[in-house]
Design a protein around this ligand. Structure first.
Ligand SMILES: Cc1cc2nc3c(=O)[nH]c(=O)nc-3n(C[C@H](O)[C@H](O)[C@H](O)COP(=O)(O)OP(=O)(O)OC[C@H]3O[C@@H](n4cnc5c(N)ncnc54)[C@H](O)[C@@H]3O)c2cc1C
Ligand SMILES: NC(=O)C1=CN([C@@H]2O[C@H](COP(=O)(O)OP(=O)(O)OC[C@H]3O[C@@H](n4cnc5c(N)ncnc54)[C@H](OP(=O)(O)O)[C@@H]3O)[C@@H](O)[C@H]2O)C=CC1
Length: 465
């Protein structure tokens, strides 16, 4: 078998790459090698601003996807080996597939705390399989521990009911991957009254048994929205105790003789001991490295495959996109990489353009989306928009902050350097995203406007008309 383009991975990066190629190169042959029988596609794509989008994820059956894209052949198999000198891959089922261009989109896997090797009570969450496992285990759980202070932990502490939750974080404030201490304080009341901002659950998410076994791609935005995540302690509707500035030091199993109703005890670095049924390790991801190459593929310090400004790896005609790769080009001031849906989609799409450009000998300019970091999400039931250097990343200590906050309603933070906007955190329905994005991209001197920039009684956009 020989194809113009071979894309490995049925997650958002791989599928977007294949779909973009199918559009750009309708005459060329494309293979999408996917472990899973479900294909993750983006639907209801909505441009909020020039660089901010939101979208839903739909899991499509192979037949439906193939009917839509007739020049994409889907192969359900697993990549094992790449011969980058002769331009072919070998799969688990001994297929040999020749390529002109290959794009690696195999994503990442949960980076669990080290004790996970010994204790089956420690779980990570990545795909539908892992969620089903978690839902099964939490049903009998009265007390659990969540380690980590990023996206998954923030979602879970807000969602879990009927179990006492101990949230163990390294930092002085919650959700530190995304927000600053001020925003954390804004969110704090939602933990005392979780779910107040949520619409009622309309249905429980369901997967067919045979699909679950083959899933593998990361879950997407709102994965938990329609899930009921209930433990076994009906006396505790919802209870979150936060353990600040500490980590898991060790774990041990409890014997029946120790007169405990819990199977394990966790000891924290601050000396506290917590007995529980389950530990969720929401402690980030490691890029996948489950294949071999003839020549050495260059990896970054965090294990990601290094790609240049054309999404090319160091190996000839091999590209990479999404969670598996590490951007290694002269990065624009207001952009940085985070392992997110948004960036997986953007990279998949851009890698497709680069590969098509390469085969057609056409120059491809870097996509505009890499000019500014832009992420739209939901945290603790609130709409959250993060733009540019929203936490003062890269700015050292040389920046100012302008804040506007109405408890329970909105939190707006502007990060300025030399009176020019570098980043913004917009929580709630602020309607400021377009203005903030323009101000970051244009780098207008804001000193003439002073604090009016965030004065809610002044329509700041009039200034710029
Ligand atoms: C619980 C959870 C919630 C999240 N929520 C959000 C959110 O709200 N917003 C957001 O922006 N991001 C979110 N993310 C992050 C986002 O899901 C990921 O950044 C994104 O899905 C990465 O896409 P990907 O295509 O690079 O990788 P993946 O989705 O991991 O897909 C990789 C695919 O490659 C396949 N594969 C792996 N190895 C091989 C092989 N050797 N051969 C063949 N196939 C292989 C896998 O089975 C998988 O299908 C969340 C992640 C998780 C886990
Ligand atoms: N709404 C959204 O956009 C969401 C995005 N996601 C994405 O999904 C992926 C997985 O999510 P998640 O696992 O939450 O990863 P994140 O990278 O978001 O967060 C990981 C957290 O765990 C901490 N951590 C790392 N190692 C340890 C350790 N040994 N002990 C204690 N804490 C530790 C990190 O701290 P430090 O940074 O200091 O190392 C960080 O606070 C991420 O790419 C995330 O961005 C997930 C859910 C929602």
């Amino acid at each position: 078998m020989e194809f113009a383009f071979v894309i490995v991975g049925g997650g958002i990066a791989g599928v977007t790459c294949a779909e973009t190629l199918a559009f750009l190169e309708p005459e060329k042959s494309i293979v999408l090698l996917s472990e899973s029988s479900l294909i993750k596609t983006v639907t209801n794509l909505h441009a909020i601003t020039k660089t901010l989008t939101d979208f839903d994820i739909r899991e499509m059956e192979t037949e439906e996807f193939s009917a839509k894209h007739t020049n994409i052949t889907i192969v359900h198999d697993v990549l094992m080996e790449i011969n980058d000198e002769e331009g072919y891959i070998k799969t688990k089922e001994n297929r040999v597939i020749k390529y002109q261009c290959l794009c690696l989109c195999m994503g990442a896997e949960p980076k669990l705390i080290p004790q996970a090797n010994e204790f089956p009570q420690i779980l990570g969450i990545r795909d539908t399989d892992s969620v089903e496992n978690f839902l099964k285990k939490i049903k009998d759980c009265k007390q659990l521990l969540i380690v980590g202070n990023g996206g998954i932990a923030s979602e879970l502490v807000y969602k879990i009911r009927n179990a006492a939750v101990h949230w163990v974080i390294k930092d002085r404030h919650i959700a530190a991957t995304f927000i600053d201490p001020g925003a954390a304080e804004f969110f704090q009341p939602t933990l005392e009254n979780p779910g107040i901002n949520d619409p009622p659950i309309s249905k429980r998410m369901r997967y067919r048994e045979e699909d679950i076994k083959k899933a593998g791609a990361a879950l997407g935005p709102d994965w938990y929205k329609n899930l009921v995540i209930n433990g076994a302690n009906t006396e505790v509707p919802s209870e979150v105790k936060i353990h600040y500035m500490t980590e898991v030091s060790s774990l041990h199993t409890l014997q029946n003789t120790e007169n405990s109703e819990f199977p394990i005890e966790v000891i924290l670095t601050n000396g506290e001991r917590i007995q529980c049924d389950l530990v969720i390790s929401a402690t980030g991801v490691n890029p996948r490295k489950n294949f071999v190459t003839k020549n050495k593929i260059e990896l970054s310090e965090d294990g990601g495959i290094i790609v240049n400004e054309h999404m090319q790896t160091n190996l000839r005609n091999i590209y990479a996109a999404g969670d598996i790769c590490s951007a290694n080009w002269p990065i624009a001031k207001h952009w940085f990489q985070m392992k997110l849906w948004t960036q997986a989609r953007q990279m998949g799409c851009y890698a497709a353009k680069c590969m098509a450009g390469y085969l057609n000998n056409e120059e491809v300019l870097q996509d505009f989306c890499f000019e500014i970091f832009a992420h739209s999400t939901k945290l603790f039931g609130y709409k959250v928009i993060l733009l540019g250097l929203f936490n003062g990343q890269k700015l050292g200590t040389n920046y100012e902050i302008l804040l506007r906050m109405t408890k329970g309603h909105e939190y707006v933070k502007f990060v300025l350097e030399n009176n020019r906007l570098q980043g913004a955190v917009l929580i709630g329905d602020t309607d400021l995203e377009e203005m903030a994005e323009n101000l970051i991209l244009n780098q207008i001197d804001l000193s003439p406007y002073g604090d009016d920039i965030l004065n809610p009684d002044i329509d700041i956009e009039d200034y710029f008309d």
